[in-house]
Design a protein. Structure first.
Length: 337
């Protein structure tokens, strides 16, 4: 009678699969049996975002004109409060409150700063803390640029309002150029990551990690951690180098009524309001991206490749927006008035 018993020696002659082979088997299993995420849900989510983008594109001219009209009205109220403060300093409290509100609501209107923040955060890996620091610093850099620019032109060059306007216009051009640079950096980094992933996949057909000691492709979290500080610096520069137009107007009016210090305080309060709004926009963008990302991939490799593709799209959008703004800038309105 044949026994089914196998001795330990015989068992040792049939060693288990290696760690790499086991990982390869698990990886292939994951590829052939994706998570039960419904393609219908994925398509629905993508169509929802595409539809929302199309509606925003259709309403953009109206939003832009309403924003310009509203800002002109607020600027008029700010100048009236400055004249009132010349007679009664208690009007400075109303000026401070209105400046803070101006910063909040001004940030809600169309603007290239919101374009950069939302486009970059929606299409590139970014952490909440770093994103909030980026938006807050950008808002205060805008105010500091406005204060420094106007102060230098008024004190050292005795510049007129037209000359201040021309200088601000030049700074806006620099801002759009920095936006182009940011897009180019993002495109380069995403293409480099895609090439590295492709080369790693060609040389290794097994999983992302195994006992052989090699790492064969970066996962989405590592792409997140690899986000360059250079990109954040360019974002801050591209947003902050454009002086806040409301701050410039307040500073000019404050100089006319010999209350320049009050204009400086008003400009800083505008930056506080702007920082609050842009930070909220950043948090909403990151939350929406996290929800959508659940439906875009079913395993680690798909998540990594999807992250790279979306990042590439974001870089292309930043370049296109930069070109559009830079080209249309010469035909647009005065950056201050």
């Amino acid at each position: 009678m044949k026994s089914d018993y196998h001795s330990p020696v015989e068992a040792d002659n049939n060693p288990p699969l290696s760690s790499c082979a086991h990982h390869q088997h698990s990886h292939e299993h994951a590829e052939t049996h994706p998570a039960p995420a419904s393609w219908l849900v994925r398509i629905s989510v993508l169509l929802l975002f595409v539809g929302s983008g199309y509606m925003l594109w259709q309403q953009w001219p109206t939003l832009l004109m309403e924003s310009i009209k509203w800002q002109r009205d607020i600027n008029g109220q700010l100048s009236d409060l400055l004249y009132d403060a010349q007679q009664n300093i208690t009007a400075a409290y109303s000026l401070a409150g209105l400046s803070f509100l101006y910063g909040i609501f001004h940030s809600l209107g169309p603007g290239h700063g919101k374009m950069i923040v939302t486009t970059y955060l929606a299409t590139n890996p970014a952490k909440i803390k770093a994103s909030l620091i980026m938006t807050v610093v950008s808002a205060f850099v805008q105010a500091l640029v406005a204060i420094t620019l106007v102060s230098i032109l008024l004190v050292f060059f005795k510049a007129s309002m037209r000359q201040v306007n021309d200088a601000a216009d030049q700074f806006i051009s620099y801002s759009f150029m920095a936006m182009l640079l940011l897009g180019a950096i993002v495109i380069y980094r995403s293409l480099k990551q895609a090439w590295q992933l492709r080369m790693a996949h060609q040389h290794h057909d097994h999983g992302s990690e195994c006992s052989c000691g090699h790492k064969h492709f970066a996962n989405a979290d590592e792409i997140n951690n690899a986000t360059s500080l250079r990109e954040y610096i360019v974002i801050i520069f591209s947003i902050g180098i454009r002086p806040c137009t409301g701050a410039i107007l307040v500073l000019l009016f404050a100089n006319m009524v010999d209350l320049y210090w009050l204009g400086v305080i008003s400009a800083i309060l505008m930056a506080v309001g702007t920082a609050l709004t842009t930070s909220a926009i950043a948090l909403l963008t990151l939350s929406g991206k996290k929800i959508v990302s659940r439906y875009l991939a079913t395993n680690e490799r798909q998540r990594t490749m999807t992250s790279i593709i979306i990042k590439l799209i974001g870089g292309i959008l930043l370049v296109l927006l930069g070109l559009l703004l830079l080209n249309g800038h010469s035909y647009g309105m005065s950056p201050v008035l």
